[in-house]
Design a protein around this ligand. Sequence first.
Ligand code: CTP
Length: 401
Amino acid sequence: MQALINRKILLGVTGGIAAYKSAELVRLLVKAGAEVRVVMTPSAQEFVQPLTYQALSGHRVYIDLFDAEAESAMDHIELARWCDLLLVAPASADFIGKMCAGYADNLLLTLCLASKRPVAVAPAMNQQMFANPATQDNLNQLAGRGVMVWGPAAGEQACGDVGPGRMLEPGQLLDNVVLQFAPGKLQGVKLLLTAGPTREAIDPVRYISNRSSGKMGYALAQAALQAGAEVTLVSGPVSLNAPTGAELVAVESAQQMYEAVMQHASQADIFIGCAAVSDYRVDQVAANKIKKSTATMSLELTLNVDILAAVSGLDNRPFCVGFAAETQDLEKYALAKLEHKNLDMIAANRVGNNDSGFETDFNQLEVFWRDGHSSIERGSKSGVAKQLIDLIAERYTGAGS
Ligand code: CTP
């Protein structure tokens, strides 16, 4: 079956021994019906001759940024626009670092910067280089910007080491490419979600807030977009960029978040309450900066409206998913919240251990619904988000049928 017919794949090859496997990848992509153009970095040529990819793709290979002949055939901006997917395989540690920093000193890096199409990287390097915090940070940052990170696999390496760092096999990369073009599990579904903390003003310069970074909510928005959903992201103040394609509604207080959510809830098919909403707000916000005058002071707080419960209480309610951050008795509290907030699902995580959850790039979830439960093992927030979106899609489709 030619699953990739009419699909245009730009394959970037960087300098690594796994470059020889990319020749097989070109063959598999072409066999699946894709039109493939190959771009090599100068160091990739140390491993494989351009002619190999040219023969397999049926097209000339692009290497130089300043190649007048290549530019007259299809200039590099045109090439960046031409593709449906830009896949860098193998992606070396050096390339990943430069890509993360926004370098553009070779053709492939320039294309990564210039392309608005989906980008995937298949890391391939020594296991120690992969484990290095610099590489891990770079990959996390790229994933946070929506770059798909495929692999690496673990096993014996060309250098004799054993561990994670091997490029995924060409067949696995082909499967990922095919999946990328398969209709998403949430194709056309309208998904509304809240993310980040809220800020409750005390006076014009002070507020009450919490440690939520918004990373989990933003990763969920990204994963939902990749699953084909139309995403509206109602977000408290965070220092993250909204994923491309999501409609961002920026708010500060719980009351503003409530109003924004209520404006969109009736059109939503799925609602995910991922924000760490302040339970209380200051009763009387001071008009001017409060001056210190007494040894102690107290603030009168008022309970905020529960946004999630308000959405799940609507007549024509969307499929509702809540979060529960707990320090103890995870299952007991999560199930109680599922019940009393009338939810379809709840994702519970343990907080306060600095290992996952708030202020980290990692998470681990226990997900409950009325007649089932699933554990999502500790992993990057983008990986955990993808698994949670898959679970939500399964339950949502099941609930709707
Ligand atoms: N939530 C909400 N609006 C609020 C409070 C919470 O939408 N005013 C949502 C959160 O987005 C999350 C879930 O409800 O999905 C968390 O619920 P809850 O446990 O009530 O929040 P906590 O403040 O942690 O409750 P508790 O202090 O009782 O553990």
